[in-house]
Design a protein around this ligand. Structure first.
Ligand code: ADP
Ligand code: MG
Length: 251
């Protein structure tokens, strides 16, 4: 089953055309990585998929249902706000800079959305949060505030927070690029664990070795377009010099 499908996405900021006709889909249990130079539009694709930005044109489809569709004039028409609410449940987003609530404890960061959005009881939300914290090796940090944690721990909390809403797909936007190299590993390990459990994910990353090991497919983006798409074997042995040069920089 396709969890997410994007057809002919276009997105401009004023006159700047950032996404120029991108189509992709992600099947259940699949890991798709997006690589490419800075400014190529990777974050914009994720932000549009998560409806933090609206596409100018294109379809956005979750589990076969249209959140937005291209009308006859080639413009994206979104479902009404009330209808869109159920789509928000399908995905979770993990940002580069963690984006935890600084004045909430770890536990409250994780339980807040399930309680307010999903109306889960406090007891149940906390039980679920503790299962996640345990899984991510953070059970002793539940009363800590974000500033008391390392970057790697904060990022693991934000992964737990995203998982607490039980999404169908997780989006990661350069989840380790704000971390010191020695803290990167602990976050990558968690993502690898999720891949093993067949969590569906799109991961924007500059960690080439990680992308190679983990991904079912890799997309190379440049200038708002998909320049190449394939299995890790295909991407890492491509004859496309742009892709080769890019990957080479990280080798
Ligand atoms: P990447 O994640 O690949 O580095 P982005 O999607 O962040 O690329 O950005 C692609 C282009 O869109 C860049 O030129 C960036 O400056 C521009 N851009 C992104 N967001 C906005 C915005 N909110 N307003 C104006 N320009 C933006
Ligand atoms: Mg980005």
């Amino acid at each position: 089953m396709k969890i997410l499908e994007i057809n002919h996405m276009k997105k401009s900021f004023d006159k700047l055309e950032v996404i120029k006709d991108i189509s992709l889909s992600v099947n259940e249990g699949e890991v798709l990585s997006i690589i490419g130079p800075s400014g190529s539009g990777k974050s914009t694709v994720l932000r549009c998929a998560a409806m933090l930005e609206k596409m100018n044109s294109g379809d956005l489809i979750y589990l076969g249902e249209y959140a937005a569709h291209n009308n006859t004039e080639g413009k994206s028409v979104y479902m009404a706000k009330k209808e869109l609410r159920r789509f928000h449940k399908y995905y979770g987003l993990v940002f580069q800079n963690f984006n935890l609530f600084p004045h909430y404890t770890v536990l409250k960061n994780i339980t807040d959305a399930p309680m307010t959005v999903d109306k889960v009881s406090k007891k149940e939300a906390e039980e679920r949060a503790m299962v996640l914290l345990k899984k991510l090796g953070l059970e002793d940090k539940k009363e800590a505030y974000p500033y008391q944690l390392s970057g790697g721990q904060q990022q693991r909390v934000s992964i737990a927070r995203a998982l607490a809403l039980q999404p169908k797909i997780l989006f990661f936007d350069e989840p380790t690029s704000a971390l010191d190299p020695e803290l990167t590993g602990e976050v990558l390990k968690v993502i690898k664990e999720l891949a093993k459990e067949k969590m569906t994910m799109i991961i924007v990353t500059h960690e080439m070795q990680f992308a190679k090991e983990l991904s079912d497919r890799i997309i190379f983006m440049e200038n708002g377009k998909i320049q190449e798409e394939g299995t890790p074997e295909q991407i890492f042995s491509t004859e496309n010099t742009r892709v080769k040069d890019f990957i080479g920089k990280f080798a």
